[in-house]
Design a protein around this ligand. Structure first.
Ligand SMILES: *Cc1c(COP(=O)(O)O)cnc(C)c1O
Length: 354
């Protein structure tokens, strides 16, 4: 990994690792001992450092809290059977982070800072990378505006940080999703292709309504017509119709998922037909009715591959074939997991050793 910079490290006096039950990890609830922090002001990045994970103090007028210039990434580190640590496709997350930064008028983070901070932090906290099956170290790089100023403007000061959390499985059961016909996550021309904090804030209320009605997640549709499928929660969505992998094409309103891309690469590698295009709700409903919709699943870093058992649309539950009978998503998940944990060859050059 590009390890151009070496940052000063202040280590914790006492690790908290013995307080964490690695066999029962709740997503995003426990944090590794250290974090990487670097501040931006006067048009440049200052001195980065690795320090004990802990609270920050900030001014109540801090810009991010009021106007939401805040972006993040999510990626994972895995432990190989030999005990080595490797990170899955960090370059893709780095590039997307800076695309988000540009969309939100935030400064880009130079590659050396992002990559050196990341690899050095993971090295310091390498004991926190779980070796349990299905577990990994979730890595959360993020940036917030830190101006102490209430005028609405592009902020002049920022903080970029990386924190880490050992995680297990995200969803414990197959998902029931509801096609959303009223609310929108984002609209054409908006910030849907940025991993911007505000996108998630606006999605909470409609998601809560769906959860109160017994669904795990929404299947978002396009804001203009609510007739084309976009994505689901923090996952891209994929369908197996007959023998073709069908997924909405990424563009302005759909997040360009790294997991999505990886699944498509693996599917094409198997010689499967992959169709990236607009996907109408009507098409999915009729494929479900005709029995041609063999599988549906979400794909994202946090959830990995999450099978969908029920698609609810306009008052009707469409039950998909039982999870046990499915072959495509489970075998892709197996291959992806084995690449990540080094149990199978990294044919696509996705893994970066720490
Ligand atoms: C992060 C995210 C995804 C999945 O992207 P990955 O790179 O696979 O983690 C999909 N949709 C949204 C809205 C997301 O925030």
């Amino acid at each position: 990994m590009t390890d151009t910079f070496s940052y000063p490290v202040t280590r914790v006096a006492q690790s908290r690792i013995s307080q964490v039950d690695f066999d029962n990890l709740r997503f995003g609830a426990a944090f590794a001992d250290h974090m990487f922090v670097i501040d931006y002001k006067d048009g440049q990045w200052g001195q980065g450092e690795i320090m004990p994970y802990g609270p920050w103090t900030f001014d109540p007028s801090m810009a991010a809290l009021h106007y939401g210039q805040a972006i993040f990434e999510g990626l994972k580190a895995y432990k190989t059977p030999q005990g080595n640590v490797q990170i899955f496709r960090p370059q893709a997350n780095f590039e997307r982070f800076n695309e988000s930064a540009k969309r939100m008028s935030m400064p880009v983070v130079p590659e050396e800072i992002f990559m050196s901070g990341l690899s050095q932090l993971i090295k310091v906290d390498e004991n926190w990378v779980p070796s349990q099956k299905g577990s990994s170290l979730y890595i959360r790089p993020f940036m917030v505006s830190t101006d102490e100023f209430l005028g609405v403007r592009i902020a002049e000061t920022y903080r970029f940080a990386i924190i880490c959390s050992p995680v297990g499985q995200y969803y414990s059961e197959p998902l029931k999703v509801k096609v959303e016909r009223t609310f929108s996550r984002v609209a054409e021309g908006g910030s849907g292709n940025a991993k911007a904090a505000g996108n998630y804030a606006a999605a909470m209320y409609p998601t809560k309504l769906a959860q109160d009605a017994g669904f795990h997640q929404l299947l978002w549709t396009d804001a203009a017509t609510h007739s084309f499928i976009e994505e689901s929660g923090t996952m891209n969505v994929m369908f197996l119709i007959d023998d073709t992998v069908v997924t909405p094409a990424v563009g302005g309103t759909i997040l360009k998922g790294v997991t999505r891309n990886s699944v498509l690469v693996l599917a094409k590698d198997r010689g499967m037909k992959v169709d990236e295009r607009r996907v109408s709700v009507e098409e999915i409903v009729s494929a479900a009715k005709d029995g041609r919709l063999k599988e549906a699943f979400g794909a994202g870093t946090a959830a990995t591959i999450a099978p969908i058992s029920v698609i609810h649309c306009d008052g009707v539950d469409y039950h998909l074939p039982p999870i046990e009978t499915r072959t495509f998503a489970p075998s892709i998940l197996k291959e992806l997991t084995e690449i990540r944990t080094g149990e199978t060859a990294d044919r696509f050059g996705w893994m970066v050793q720490v």
